[in-house]
Design a protein around this ligand. Structure first.
Ligand code: APR
Length: 233
């Protein structure tokens, strides 16, 4: 039997049950900060210490939490399906749960990047990135995060994966931030689309659309069971 390809678009909601707060649920403030101060090139120019400290705290927090049932259900799907996860999350909970094909649209919390040469990317072990931490060419390192106003280099690959999906699953994203939110428009006609969110975002009607108003852990389990019943012998 040919394995079906499931493409998943995940957002902050999938990590909410692990204890990482979502963005829109916090009133435009992100852990008490204006997002433009901590997640924009202007913010970085104005106050790099603040930005580094902000991501150091996010990293420290990410090290203290664990993948939840939703992440595990997605990882388990790899047994019978080809699964590609396109995540807007910068945490590594999908990987820690065992998912092996994860595209991080908005960058990765546990990586740093040279401010001189964007191709120089390094793993961060532990939680700290500080002023004075430099790349091999001697330039300051910054978080490997796609900030507001920056290009989304992984978008091209994400679009390619979405256009070849047999099944598309959206979980835990308010679908308010572009270009990620536009990925759903690349899903082929008649491909089943499942959207899981306890607070359903607005989506254009389409055929084979299933809206599952539930937390990620519950909704993903339901979808996994449906897919197994439908596609597995
Ligand atoms: N399970 C699933 N979804 C949940 C849960 C849960 N337990 N709890 C909350 N949600 C949903 C919310 O209802 C909301 O629709 O998760 C969604 C989170 O939306 P956002 O906070 O807007 O997060 P996201 O869509 O990932 O944000 C996109 O915006 O700030 C930028 O770069 C940042 O990647 C982020 C992007």
């Amino acid at each position: 039997m040919v394995r079906k390809k499931i493409v998943v678009l995940s957002g902050a909601g999938v990590s909410a049950e692990s204890g990482i707060p979502t963005f829109r649920d916090s009133n435009g403030l992100w852990e008490g900060h204006d997002v433009m101060d901590v997640a924009s090139p202007e913010g970085w120019r104005r106050n790099p210490e603040l930005v580094l400290d902000f991501y150091n705290q996010r990293r420290k927090n990410a090290l203290s939490v664990h993948p939840n049932q939703g992440h595990s259900t997605l990882a388990d799907l790899e047994e019978h399906f080809d699964v590609i996860i396109i995540t807007q999350n910068v945490d590594n909970l999908h990987e820690r749960a065992g998912s092996t094909n994860v595209i991080h649209l908005h960058g990765e919390l546990f990586k740093s990047r040279s401010t001189l040469d964007h191709r120089l990317i390094y793993d961060i072990s532990g939680w700290e990135l500080n002023i004075g931490d430099k790349c091999e060419k001697g330039a300051q390192l910054r978080p490997h995060i796609v900030w507001f106003g920056e290009m989304v280099p992984m978008m091209e690959l994400a679009v390619k994966e979405v256009t070849t999906a047999d099944i598309f699953v959206v979980v835990g994203t308010s679908l308010q931030v572009y270009p990620a939110a536009g990925l759903i428009d690349y899903v082929s006609r008649n491909v089943p689309v499942y959207i899981i969110d306890p607070n359903m975002p607005e989506v254009a009607p389409r055929t084979n659309l299933s809206l599952i108003e539930a937390p990620g852990s519950v909704g993903l389990k339901q979808v996994a069971e449906e897919l197994a019943a439908k596609y597995l012998p």
